[in-house]
Structure formats: C-alpha cells, structure tokens
Design a protein around this ligand. Structure first.
Ligand code: PLP
Length: 418
C-alpha cells in the first residue's frame, strides 16, 4: 500500500459501528442489517439507521478534528463494520471555493462552490460507490452491475477493481466518450445501449438472475446514500458545525440531496448542529425536469419524463425510484425545485470559468444558473449564504473549441495579440 494511505489512521484504526437496522424509506418497515438488500419488500429505497445515542456517547464532534480530513473521518456514522473492508482511493474532503469576484460584483454575502470534482474518478459518485463497494465486499458480493450516465459507472469500475469485484456497466450510447473509456479502462465490462438510463436499468434488473450480479442502480441498494451523506457531514464540519442558508444540488437520482438531508437530521439528533438547516434546492435541466414538475404539481411521485434531453448528462434521469424522498427533503426544508435550460447552463459555465478560474461541469454550472434565476425571482436573497455543488471535474466534458493559430515562421505583431 502507498505510504500515504498506510499512514492514514482513518483507514487502519478499528472504530465502533452503530448500525442497528435498515428501514423501508416509504413504510418504515424494519429490515435486518448485515445482510444483502436491494429495494425493500414493497419496492422502495432502503435507509440505514444508527444508534445515535450510543454514537453520541462514544464520539464527540470535536474529536473528529484530530483525524485526517476525508470521508473516513466520519467512520462511526458509516455502515462498514470491519476496517479490512474499507476500499479507498483517497476520498479527500473537497474544498469550499468562494466565488469572490462574482459575489463582489453582484453584492452577494457569500456564494460558495463545494468542488466535488477533486474526488477519485473525478466526481462525487466516488462517495456513494466507495460505500456501496465496501459493503458489497463486506457482504460477500463478487459481481456488481449498474446503469449509468457515466460518472457512477466510472466510480463503480474503479472501486470494484480495487476490491477484486467484477463490474458490469450499461450506459446510453451517447454518454460522453471519455466516461465510457474510463469505465472500460478501470476494469468494467462496458455495454453501450441504444436507450436512456432507465432502459439500461431494466437490462440490469432483467439480467440479475442469469448473471448473478448485485444490482447497484441508484437507490436500489442501501449504501450509496450513506456515502453521499458525507457531503452533508463534511459541509457542517467545514463550516464549524453550522450550515448555509440554502444548498443548490444538481438532481438526477437524488442520492446526494436525500443523503445530505439525512446527514443533517442525524447531526441534529446528535446535537452536533442546531435546528437551523438549509433550504434544499433540487436543480434540473428544463429538457428533463420530472422532480420540478412534481414539486410544482404538489405530488409525491414524478411520472417518467418523456423525450428527456440535456447536455448535462448527469442529470438526464427521466425517472427516479427515490422521487418521494427527494420531494420530501425539498419540502421539509422549505426549499424548492427549479429547472434551467442548456443555453443558460453553458453561459453559467463560461462565466464561472472566466471570472473565477473554476471549471465547472455542466451539472455544476446548472446550480449557478439556477441560483441566479432564484435570486432574480426572489426565492433566494443576496444576504444569504448559498452553497452550490459542483459534482464533477469540468475536464470530463467536451469543451468549446478555442485558440487562435500563430505562424512562428512569419514576424509576430505582438501589439496585436492584446
Ligand atoms: C450523478 C450525477 C448527478 C446527479 O446526482 P444524484 O445524487 O444522483 O442526483 C449530477 N451531476 C453529475 C455530474 C453526476 O454524475
């Protein structure tokens, strides 16, 4: 093992675990921990529950500061029982990057990007899949499969290869080329499907019996939410155990939004944060906005979005099995759901790159576009602290053509370069 990882006490220290049971996200039915589950018997996503009272007695939030700043700092709030089952590629705490020039220009109190593009495999999918694969290893899984728009597949492939688990990945055939190649390079069997992510999901579900793989689809196993939950734990920790007024989250399957809301509830129960929690804003693209429509219609479930299209591939999710959990978090928090079109997303991406030197992915740029829209329509105020989630490195996506040619064999008119 590389020295840096061997030296990281988070990865080597045995710590007590506090999972008591699992729970159906819809009915609350209890299910046993430490056995494999996909959806609950009624067909809903499953949530992991902890003995928070015992956890609170065993560890104090201020002790955490002495540990390395990464995902495993929060080990007691995670489900992995045995230290030997930790599979890590170095899940660092991602930085909070203030958009200072934009804030000064527009008179904003505080606008911050949590830049998740710094994580292994270049996206926040690493958080969820890291935990899903650790738990797969712990529970004896040898083969995992999933549908993906790119980043989840890359993270699954990477963590599975590291854990010695086989992976099968199915993606729409128009997934960005770089995503498909990294998935294959990191050891997965990759299939390009002439359909959308929900079509790929059906293939995974239908092939389960024959292929003996564990279905790792978004929210169809309990542990990706726990991994994504660390976005919320880490944010509270980084902000000195306080939280911003409002969070803008690019919402596809909603794992991160659901996970963060769960994190805040657990932190409040522990007494590590107060009662003030952020308004959660689900950001979608106007070409695929099932959650926005359901939010506006006042319903708990979102019908499948027909003809889904947006260049922000990570949020092109026409149907989410955890739609009700996303909508509950948004409503309980006093937040809202908002859609932005592709042109506005691209303009937002160009603006943040040029003014702040921060290259967002399209989905991350969508959160800035949505923030501006919400500022204009009065749903967010200039004096509030807002955190935007940039979910992946901008380098994974096609970039606009650029650069002028320069002929070095002719005299260069330097004054004309300005
Ligand atoms: C997966 C993904 C999303 C959506 O995340 P969820 O938590 O599943 O809603 C957004 N952006 C990118 C880049 C993604 O890979």
């Amino acid at each position: 093992m590389p020295a840096a990882i061997a030296d990281n006490a988070n990865l080597t220290a045995d710590r007590p675990t506090f999972v008591t049971h699992l729970e159906c996200g819809m009915t609350g039915q209890h299910l046993p921990a430490d056995t494999l589950h996909n959806l609950s018997p009624e067909g809903w996503p499953i949530l992991v529950r902890y003995d928070l009272e015992a956890l609170g007695r065993a560890v104090d939030r201020d002790e955490l500061a002495a540990r390395p700043a990464d995902l495993w700092r929060y080990r007691e709030l995670l489900p992995v029982r045995k230290t030997e089952n930790i599979v890590s590629l170095g899940e660092i705490a991602t930085p909070l990057v203030p958009l200072g020039r934009i804030a000064a220009e527009d008179g904003l109190a505080s606008l911050i990007v949590k830049d998740e593009g710094r994580l292994p495999t270049g996206s926040f999918k690493a958080r969820g899949l890291c935990l899903a694969v650790c738990m797969g290893k712990e529970l004896g899984v040898t083969r995992m499969a999933m549908p993906t728009n790119g980043n989840a597949g890359a993270a699954l492939a990477a963590y599975c290869s590291r854990a010695g688990i086989e992976s099968y990945v199915f993606c729409p055939d128009d997934t960005p080329e770089v995503n498909m190649r990294e998935i294959a390079l990191q050891g997965a069997k990759l299939f390009k499907v002439n359909g959308l992510i929900n079509d790929c999901g059906k293939i995974v579900g239908d092939g389960k019996e024959t292929m003996g793989w564990f279905d790792t689809s978004t929210l169809k196993e309990p542990y990706r939410i726990e991994g994504k939950k660390t976005m919320g734990l880490e944010l509270a920790d980084q902000m000195g155990w306080t939280l911003p007024d409002v969070i803008f989250y690019p919402t596809g399957g909603g794992t991160g939004l659901i996970g963060m809301w769960k994190a805040f509830a657990e932190l409040e129960t522990l007494g590590w944060i107060g009662a003030k929690k952020p308004r959660m804003v689900a950001v979608q693209a106007s070409g695929c906005a099932p959650i926005v429509k359901a939010y506006e219609d006042g319903v708990e479930h979102a019908p499948v979005w027909e003809n889904a299209h947006t260049y922000a591939a990570g949020i092109r999710v026409p149907a989410a099995v955890g739609d009700f959990l996303i909508l509950r978090a948004v409503r309980e928090s006093g937040g809202f759901a908002i859609a932005v079109d592709d042109d506005t997303i691209e303009a937002a991406r160009l603006e943040v790159s040029a003014k702040e030197g921060l290259l967002l992915c399209p989905e991350g740029a969508a959160t800035y576009a949505a923030y501006k829209q919400a500022l204009a329509d009065g749903r967010v105020h200039k004096d509030e602290t807002a955190v935007l989630y940039n979910c992946a490195t901008g380098l994974k996506y096609p970039l606009p053509a650029a650069g002028e040619t320069l002929d070095r064999t002719k005299p260069i008119d330097y004054a004309a370069l300005g």
